[in-house]
Design a protein around this ligand. Structure first.
Ligand code: C2E
Ligand code: CA
Ligand code: CA
Ligand code: CA
Length: 278
């Protein structure tokens, strides 16, 4: 059978996927019941460019499997989306990140705010505004200090009633940020219809900003759109000083990326603030 090896290969992939789905499910049950902590949040600073200071941190989920070790979010987040687990994971992230913000403040660590990623599935469940309100109240955190990052793709969804959901969240006073801006093939009309106050230039535009001259007018245009609509513009994936300088020259307000800091455990943030963060 000439197809044998090929089929075997596909079979291996399918087995790995099923294994990972089962492991993910198990990890989530463990995390939710408090019987273990396979998930952890890392926090990456977003930095005001001028004057330079901490603007807020973005919570990014990490998963450590007992045998496989650290699994990349680029692998397990899409899988969690496909097998219907991402909304529960996002709920845990929201609760954990807001509680962490309260803990930093109790400890005198001046963190201005925290951003969490919201998947389409979490958004579509409808109880997000109530959950957000409850989590903020429990931890004594003002709504203003929480940002929800919602992908451009979700904004364009036709199945989900994005409008009412965003209005309800906006009414609470949380900041709404458009993640992965510029990667969807969208009309820009939604920018004025929806109550968002921030947009994040996707890393793909920032990546070659200082290498390929074609990127600069694109980034400039995105920053100008933001400016014209009164939105705060955050550039992600800023790795080099040359990118940083160009973004600053174009009037970008906030940067995020290895140039400033990698995502780090909650405990490392105080040290970062004392040193480089200043
Ligand atoms: P994202 O929301 O676009 O997050 C930014 C990603 O860029 C993070 O990858 C971050 O570690 C990485 N990054 C930051 N600065 C740099 C840089 O200077 N250079 C490079 N090369 N990369 C940089 P990460 O942590 O692997 O997360 C990947 C994606 O997984 C995120 O992309 C987000 O879409 C998703 N994700 C992470 N945490 C969550 C979560 O709690 N819920 C949901 N729904 N999705 C999440
Ligand atoms: Ca994000
Ligand atoms: Ca992003
Ligand atoms: Ca991105």
């Amino acid at each position: 059978n000439r197809c044998h090896f090929f089929r075997q290969d596909i079979n291996d992939q399918a087995v790995r996927r099923l294994e990972m789905e089962a492991a993910l499910r198990e990890a989530l049950v463990l995390q939710e019941s408090g019987g273990g902590a396979p998930f952890e949040l890392h926090y990456q600073p977003q930095v005001s460019l001028d004057p330079r200071r901490l603007y807020r941190v973005e919570a990014l989920v990490r998963w450590t499997h007992p045998r496989w070790g650290a699994v990349s979010p680029a692998e397990f987040v899409p899988l969690a989306e496909e097998c219907g687990l991402i909304d529960r994971l996002d709920s845990w992230v929201l609760e954990t990140a807001v509680a962490q913000l309260a803990r930093w403040r109790e400890a005198g660590v001046p963190v201005p705010g925290v951003a969490v990623n919201v998947s389409a599935a979490r958004f579509a469940r409808g109880d997000l505004p109530d959950h957000v309100r409850a989590v903020l109240a429990t931890n004594g955190i003002p709504a203003n200090d929480l940002t929800l990052e919602i992908t451009e793709r979700l904004m364009m969804s036709e199945e989900i009633d994005v409008h009412d959901g965003l209005d309800a969240l906006h009414a609470l006073g949380v900041t709404l940020s458009i993640d992965d801006f510029g990667t969807g093939y969208s009309s820009l009309g939604y920018l004025k219809r929806f109550p968002v106050t921030e947009l994040k230039i996707d890393r793909s535009f920032v990546k070659e900003l200082d290498i390929d001259a074609a990127n600069r007018p694109l980034v400039r245009a995105i920053i100008q759109i933001g400016e014209a609509l009164g939105l705060t513009v955050v550039a992600e994936g800023v790795e080099r000083e040359t990118q940083h300088r160009m973004l600053e020259a174009e009037g970008c307000a906030v940067g995020q990326g290895y140039r400033f800091a990698r995502p780090m455990a909650a405990g490392a943030l105080a040290d970062w603030l004392q040193g480089e963060g200043r």
